[in-house]
Design a protein around this ligand. Structure first.
Ligand SMILES: Cc1cc2nc3c(=O)[nH]c(=O)nc-3n(C[C@H](O)[C@H](O)[C@H](O)COP(=O)(O)OP(=O)(O)OC[C@H]3O[C@@H](n4cnc5c(N)ncnc54)[C@H](O)[C@@H]3O)c2cc1C
Ligand SMILES: *[C@@H]1O[C@H](CO)[C@@H](O)[C@H](O)[C@H]1NC(C)=O
Ligand SMILES: *[C@@H]1O[C@H](CO)[C@@H](O)[C@H](O)[C@H]1NC(C)=O
Ligand SMILES: *[C@@H]1O[C@H](CO)[C@@H](O)[C@H](O)[C@H]1NC(C)=O
Ligand SMILES: *[C@@H]1O[C@H](CO)[C@@H](O)[C@H](O)[C@H]1NC(C)=O
Ligand SMILES: *[C@@H]1O[C@H](CO)[C@@H](O)[C@H](O)[C@H]1NC(C)=O
Ligand SMILES: *[C@@H]1O[C@H](CO)[C@@H](O)[C@H](O)[C@H]1NC(C)=O
Ligand SMILES: CC(=O)N[C@H]1CO[C@H](CO)[C@@H](O)[C@@H]1O
Length: 487
């Protein structure tokens, strides 16, 4: 073991030195070439520290410098330099990816923070928002107009990764995914050209970027449909692990009976070291109206809770009440499985996984072992036509998403924690399959999938069209110098 560590340290030092020297050169070239709207920062500055910081510290890296572009043209200049010097780089929106290297790098860190406008256009009923924002920023800016967009469920998550990866929202049962509502975006292509892309002017690129992240260029802003938004009802209850049978009965009943698209639910069996030694259930409830009609969440509300935060509130307040259980000092992995239905058997298996892995990993500095069960109506993918976005690659069947979310403290436990989620997700897929679910080809959501997942499982039949588009807009594969789901 010790020999292995010494060996890999040597390898890292050996390749890191020349790479950083050339990255330093690229940083200096960028600093000299960009306009006064943009800046390059070096380690030690506050701006650099913010630019490389991620929600999960396991996703951060020590880059050579950071760039905060202030204009789309400067992004074009930067991409040209990175391409001509063959320098690794990363593009960060909100920095919430849990996969190392997806928006972090030892090379040049691009931080999108200066793309921070939110513009509501009442005439077209659309909203344009910049790729440096969090959902908190967007919802706050829209609240005075009583309108909203389809976006993330947690306030400090970046708009970029959610919007470019698919995007599941509290409003998805009503209006579809985030990508289903995008009507256009501005992108800086790898050749430096800045262009507004729509279904009308470039259907292949419009399709490919909706799910395709950073494979085609760097997006600066997205324009999406606006919807009226009033007060909502909901929040969170925390229920003790002595109530699993009652919780699971409420959950199977919710799934079988509730068809109101204004209702949304997440049930999260979770071991939370800060709360208790045994797993508890977080139940997140949402209703798009000032009160929830009788019969929707009653069974959950009847269960004695350890903690309750439910009320009639603004959408922003509801989103801010979601727990995130992590700061950027901890290590996190997400993994996922897609299923077509949640049975009592599957719920029991998920609770058992929470119990099993929280014990198994208790000596690995685990602080949080959880399984987010996301409920959607079977019609969730019917809000856009087939073949209109790279993700999801098929809209034939509605899916429910399981998101495994583990957090821990010690870097030495990384490999064990990641491997545990792979084993656990495979186990749950096997349980669902053994119950007769046809999920062998069910697409996985890229924002929840663990690094190393084959892109075929995320993009499926979208890949040929994405690859042809990439060949056209990025023939030199400049975007291959950055990490993420590479097609
Ligand atoms: C607490 C929490 C709650 C979440 N809730 C939700 C939810 O409700 N719904 C949901 O769908 N997902 C949710 N997610 C998952 C979320 O979609 C991903 O974490 C997503 O990647 C976050 O986007 P970001 O901009 O913060 O990430 P980043 O790490 O900044 O970026 C993610 C990827 O997008 C690329 N990218 C970023 N900016 C650009 C750009 N301008 N142009 C091109 N590529 C770019 C990056 O290079 C990287 O590969 C949640 C995650 C967390 C941690
Ligand atoms: C990291 O934590 C600091 C301090 O809590 C906070 O200011 C910063 O916004 C966080 N960064 C991210 C990406 O969450
Ligand atoms: C760019 O760098 C990579 C290694 O980071 C190397 O494999 C590749 O050959 C280089 N390409 C060119 C054109 O120099
Ligand atoms: C793209 O559209 C936005 C909003 O209309 C506009 O501000 C921007 O200048 C356009 N960009 C290009 C390159 O035409
Ligand atoms: C609980 O989960 C573990 C790990 O997946 C598995 O080995 C075990 O069979 C499960 N127990 C039950 C009762 O399902
Ligand atoms: C941690 O606990 C598990 C199961 O309880 C055990 O198999 C493993 O050997 C332990 N690991 C260490 C490093 O103590
Ligand atoms: C969508 O594309 C797939 C192949 O990628 C094709 O089989 C299917 O017919 C298309 N559907 C529609 C409605 O165009
Ligand atoms: C607070 C903290 O732990 N920060 C660390 C996050 O990761 C980077 C890169 O690995 C470290 O340099 C920080 O010290």
């Amino acid at each position: 073991m010790r020999g292995l560590i010494v060996f890999s340290l040597f390898t890292v030092l050996a390749i890191a030195k020349p790479a950083n020297a050339s990255a330093t050169n690229a940083c200096n070239m960028i600093a000299n070439a960009v306009s006064s709207a943009s800046d390059v920062y070096w380690p030690g500055s506050i701006q650099y520290t913010n630019d490389v910081s991620h929600w999960a510290n396991s996703s951060s890296a020590v880059s050579t410098c950071s760039v905060e572009p202030g204009t789309a043209e400067d992004i074009g200049v930067t991409l040209q330099i990175l391409g001509s010097t063959n320098t690794s780089f990363a593009v960060k929106g909100g920095g919430h990816t849990t996969n190392a290297g997806f928006s972090s790098t030892a090379g040049v860190q691009i931080a999108m923070s200066r793309f921070s406008d939110v513009v509501y256009d009442g005439a077209t009923q659309t909203v344009s928002y910049g790729m440096g924002l969090t959902w908190n920023d967007v919802y706050s800016a829209l609240e005075p107009y009583s309108v909203n967009v389809v976006g993330g469920r947690v306030s400090d998550v970046g708009v970029a990764g959610v919007s470019l990866g698919g995007g599941y929202s509290w409003l998805t049962n009503q209006y579809g995914l985030v990508v289903d509502n995008i009507v256009g975006f501005e992108i800086v292509l790898p050749n430096g050209q800045v262009t507004n892309v729509t279904e009308a002017n470039d259907p292949d690129l419009f399709f490919s970027v909706k799910g395709g992240y950073n494979n085609f260029g760097i997006v600066t802003q997205v324009t999406t449909r606006a919807y009226p938004q009033g007060q909502v009802w909901g929040g969170i209850v925390v229920i003790g692990g002595d109530q699993w049978d009652t919780i699971n009965a409420a959950t199977t009943k919710f799934q079988a009976e509730v068809t109101d698209p204004k209702a949304a639910l997440q049930v999260i069996p979770a071991y939370d070291a800060a709360l208790s030694e045994t797993p508890v259930a977080f139940v997140l409830m949402f209703y798009d109206g000032p009160s929830t009609p009788a019969g929707i969440f009653d069974d959950y509300l009847a269960i004695p809770a350890l903690n309750t935060d439910l009320s009639t509130r603004s959408f922003l307040s509801l989103v801010q009440s979601s727990p995130t259980h992590s700061t950027n000092s901890t290590r996190v992995v997400f993994n996922t499985a897609s299923v077509t239905t949640i049975t009592t058997g599957l719920l029991d298996a998920i609770v058992n996984e929470t119990q099993f892995w929280s014990q198994e990993l208790s000596n690995q500095s685990a602080t949080f072992i959880s399984y987010v069960i996301e409920f959607y109506l079977p019609s969730l993918y019917q809000h856009a036509a087939a073949n209109t976005s790279a993700y999801p690659p098929t809209r034939a069947q509605g899916l429910l998403l399981l998101e495994l979310y583990y957090a821990w403290d010690l870097p030495g436990a990384d490999a064990i924690m990641q491997a545990a989620t792979v084993q656990s997700a495979a186990h749950l897929k096997a349980v669902a399959t053994s119950e007769g679910q046809d999920i062998s080809d069910a697409p996985l959501y890229g924002n929840y999938a663990i690094a190393g997942t084959p892109v075929e499982q995320i993009f499926g039949d979208s890949l040929p069209r994405m690859r042809a588009t990439k060949e056209r807009v990025d023939p030199q594969n400049i975007m291959g110098l950055t990490g993420g789901w590479k097609i």
